[in-house]
Design a protein around this ligand. Structure first.
Ligand code: NAP
Length: 249
């Protein structure tokens, strides 16, 4: 399939997990992709080299999504090197789980700035070229935890709920310019972030709450991102697509 032929996408946190799966999926569907990482330099460069063999342009950029300055220079550089940006996936994120009694201010700020601040940093920059082009798809990776909350995840839940409000507001602001803004709320997806899922009783407890009775894969989230990035979803904006095996019911 070539659902993204001639499109240029930018994906934050594309070196591992869900971001890597989205990068792979977009390239497999004909897009040129610029993706970012923070620390996994070797892995990111290896992925860019591997995917460049497809003949499409794929490049890894070291850029801290939590930094406004980094995001500003990233967008400048990608615009110069790729010529345009049609799709922006705000995926970079972290979790620092703890009961509120033990969540310090520094930890709180780190999670909010990385998960929610990054979405502002990137979207603020990206909408200029998108408004000029009168076209664009912005996809923000929220979480089912932002929809329903979870004990021990107040900072993470607040950051991911904030992403949903932001996504809907941008959809309302920019729909008239043919820029769509949607969020994906994944459930429990097997990545480095959720390595704890496979451990004994924990896994059983989580699985018992998921109607589809299994954890999801990064590729299953990437399939939804592909849908939202492509013209298949041309009349969809301001939506949150829960990709969670029914956990949100
Ligand atoms: P992951 O495996 O831990 O990968 C995180 C990715 O984000 C890595 O590529 C990492 O880069 C990058 N990253 C982290 N902080 C960054 C920063 N400040 N600037 C730039 N890149 C940064 O996580 P994941 O499970 O794939 O999660 C991806 C997104 O999905 C996150 O927003 C997460 O909250 C969300 N999500 C995940 C799940 C799940 O069950 N896994 C569920 C719901 C939502 P490096 O490789 O350089 O560290």
């Amino acid at each position: 399939m070539d659902l993204l032929k001639d499109k240029v996408a930018i994906v934050t946190g594309g070196s591992r997990g869900i971001g890597e799966a989205i990068t792979r999926k977009f390239v497999a569907n004909g897009a040129d992709v610029a993706f970012t990482y923070l620390s996994s330099e070797d892995k990111a460069n290896a992925l860019a080299n591997e995917l460049s063999a497809s003949g499409q342009k794929v490049k890894a950029y070291k850029s801290n999504a939590a930094s406004y300055e980094d995001s500003e220079s990233l967008i400048d550089q990608v615009m110069k090197e790729f010529g345009k940006i049609d799709i922006c996936v705000n995926n970079a994120g972290i979790s620092r789980d703890n009961l509120l009694l033990r969540v310090g201010e520094e930890q709180w700020n780190e999670v909010i700035q990385t998960n929610l601040g990054s979405v502002y940093n990137m979207t603020k920059q990206i909408i200029r070229p998108m408004i000029k082009a009168r076209s664009g798809s912005i996809i923000n990776i929220s979480s089912i935890i932002g929809v329903r909350g979870n004990a021990g995840q107040s900072s993470y839940a607040a950051s991911k709920a904030g992403i949903i409000g932001f996504t809907k507001s941008i959809a309302a602001e920019l729909g008239g310019r043919n820029i769509r803004s949607n969020a994906i709320a994944p459930g429990f997806i097997e990545t480095d972030m959720t390595h704890y899922l496979g451990e004994g009783d924990n896994a059983k407890t989580y699985l018992s709450k998921i109607p589809l009775a299994r954890f999801g894969t990064a590729e299953e989230v990437a399939n939804v991102a592909l849908f939202l990035a492509s013209d298949l979803s041309s009349y969809i904006t301001g939506q949150v697509i829960c990709t969670c095996g029914g956990l949100n019911m």
